[in-house]
Design a protein around this ligand. Structure first.
Ligand SMILES: Nc1nc2c(ncn2[C@@H]2O[C@H](COP(=O)(O)OP(=O)(O)OP(=O)(O)O)[C@@H](O)[C@H]2O)c(=O)[nH]1
Ligand SMILES: [Mg+2]
Length: 442
């Protein structure tokens, strides 16, 4: 379904690829195109705006890796941001158990509720679970029949009470399920053309009476922004536990899929990708992002290049550490890398024998920030050669970083101790560090 969006994004990236260097201008130009592509795909305009701003900021700050084309790196930034937009990680449904587990399926008319109920029942039956499907859509006579036919076709039990309202039907269904050891009860609720109060009150009633473990909204991806608005309203009224995107196999422009998570804050848990009962998938943000970009190869290429650079850096750092040649510049670089490749302790941990000794050191975020602030107040010369930092320099650094001279002294003391320690390790290949030694404590 994302064909058009993929094409447009590819065009936007084409201009960047093959460029030797990335300038702020050419990033901005291509981001304008990305934004246009998103809007054309019917992505909510606020979502598109935020998305592009985030990508732009990251792309401009990206460290250019020598082994690959900078344009490819931007593709990777867009990919990562897309994954985030779609919810970062897959969120599976609460699994069935004998209590039983209860799923309530709701949504507008024709969105694919009954189909989803059948799909969920089949999927669980295949896992040797015992599902019960419940007709809670009593307003359209054909609806009860439709579910019954579906249930029969997959040999799953169907529950319905002729003379009761949906909330009672659901409550009775759960009792029946408990008595008869079902693992899973799935309610097929009524759809309406538009959200109306009567329907919402009924769904709220069911929720209150039986406390479903999952309240799933089926959002028809073909309806574009409508699907987003509907999801938002349902979520506000019912507190959804998840959204199921249906008809993702259609040729809609895809904007709904991209906006729902961000606009509602509710995770997309499943993707319905066809009319057949087996056409149901867990929703994986990363796979979806790759599908949209259609550039999985580039993404893994950049990942690999990043890994290599990190390893090279780590090796260089290790060498410096062992020769006791590292300075505050290296220190700062390490701080910058912390988020990306784990803390200094893990880097240091690569040195044989040191890892264990450092294992229990906890790095405090605030302490780190203070250290960075102090180091940033140093001149480059001071960072490269901390020995020149005398009394008046210390005063200046303390003032500049909003810390006391004592803190600066402490940092220096520890820095020298660390330098010496690693120097010793380098020379003598010590097997461990003195117990309780924490070179990071300020
Ligand atoms: N292509 C495609 N069609 C789907 C999908 N899910 C459902 N449909 C079709 O959409 C139509 C409506 O599906 P239903 O499951 O009956 O929808 P509903 O929400 O129960 O509808 P009402 O009960 O009338 O509110 C049917 O023709 C389904 O075959 C899907 O993922 N892809
Ligand atoms: Mg139905």
């Amino acid at each position: 379904m994302f064909g058009q969006l993929s094409d447009r994004l590819e065009q936007a990236f084409k201009k960047l690829r093959g460029k030797g260097v990335l300038t702020e201008k050419n990033i901005r130009d291509s981001m304008r195109e990305v934004r246009q592509a998103l809007l054309e795909a019917d992505v909510n305009y606020k979502v598109a705006k935020r998305f592009v701003a985030a990508v732009q900021e990251k792309a401009i700050g990206v460290e250019v890796l020598k082994s690959i084309d900078p344009g490819q790196q931007v593709v990777k930034v867009v990919h990562d941001e897309l994954v985030e937009l779609l919810g970062s990680k897959a969120e599976p449904l609460i699994p069935p158990d004998k209590s039983p587990t209860i799923y309530m399926v709701c949504g507008l008319q024709g969105s694919g509720k009954t189909t989803l109920v059948g799909k969920l029942a089949l999927q669980n039956k295949r896992k040797n679970k015992k599902p019960l499907v419940v007709a809670a859509d009593i307003y359209r006579p054909a609806a009860v029949k439709q579910l019954k036919v579906l249930a029969d076709s997959i040999e799953v039990e169907h529950f319905y009470l002729d003379d009761k309202k949906p909330p009672e039907i659901c409550a009775e269904a759960v009792k029946h399920a408990q008595k008869n050891f079902f693992d899973l009860v799935i309610f097929d609720t009524a759809g309406r053309l538009h959200i109306d109060d009567e329907l919402m009150v009924e769904l709220e009633d069911i929720k209150q009476k039986v406390q479903p473990h999952e309240i799933l909204l089926v959002a028809d991806a073909m309806t574009g922004q409508d699907a987003v608005n509907v999801s938002k309203e349902f979520h506000e009224r019912l507190g959804l536990t998840g959204v199921v995107l249906s008809k993702l196999d259609g040729d809609a422009r895809g904007g709904a899929a991209l906006s729902i998570r961000e606009v509602t804050g509710c995770p997309i848990k499943l993707a319905s990708i066809g009319e057949k009962l087996s056409d149901l998938e867990a929703f994986h943000p990363d796979r979806m992002a790759s599908r949209i970009l259609g550039m999985g190869d580039i993404v893994s290429l950049v990942e690999k290049a990043e890994e290599t650079v990190d390893l090279e850096k780590a090796a260089r750092m290790q060498e410096k550490l062992l020769k006791a040649k590292f300075d505050f510049e290296d220190f700062l670089e390490q701080m910058g890398q912390l988020k990306k490749m784990g803390p200094l302790e893990s880097l240091v941990g690569m040195i044989p024998g040191v890892g264990k000794a450092l294992k229990n050191i906890q790095l405090d975020e605030r302490q780190m920030e203070r250290m960075v602030a102090i180091i940033k107040s140093m001149t480059i010369e001071e960072r490269r050669n901390p020995n020149i930092i005398d009394g008046s320099r210390k005063k200046r650094i303390a003032r500049g970083s909003g810390n006391s001279v004592q803190s600066v002294n402490q940092l220096l003391k520890q820095f020298f101790a660390m330098q010496k320690m690693f120097g010793n390790i380098g020379k003598m290949k010590l097997k461990g560090l003195p117990a309780g030694m924490n070179p990071f404590k300020l």
